[in-house]
Design a protein. Sequence first.
Length: 176
Amino acid sequence: MAVIKHREQRVAVLIDVQNMYHSARNLYKKRVNFKELLKTAVSSRKLVRAIGYVIKTESGEEAAFFEALTKIGIEPKFKDLQVFAGGLKKADWDVGLAIDAIRLAPRIDAIVLITGDGDFIPLVEYLKEGEYGLQVEVMAFGRSASGKLKEKADEFINLDESSRFLLELPRGKKRK
């Protein structure tokens, strides 16, 4: 199926914030330019909803980041970081993102999943081939994205191909 984008197309953008954050940090030692991601994902279409799936820590140090997402038009959905006995930490929004995608499906023509996580392959298949027949676009860093996810999407936008999707880390935060 050819990817069609036009002004009247209703689009939803769902962002796996943790996946994007860690990919940019590990691959480039930079942070993600979420404003540019959203602009590229919407691509002059009618934005129905943009949701960023985020994890809150006990310290609350990420509050300014959450506020910045809201200012650019991304609704943050929060989940607390789970810390298990022994120190194991879990921060996973996969089921929540999938449920929101299915809930939004009747109201949109296209969905943009901003993630490289291969766990979303069944969701992509369902949204494309299920009762809604949505156009499914995926944006992620190609170097760390699931090959099968890239293959299943109607369009894959490789964030590795442009530096406009990256921002420098604040001073003193660069990893070695």
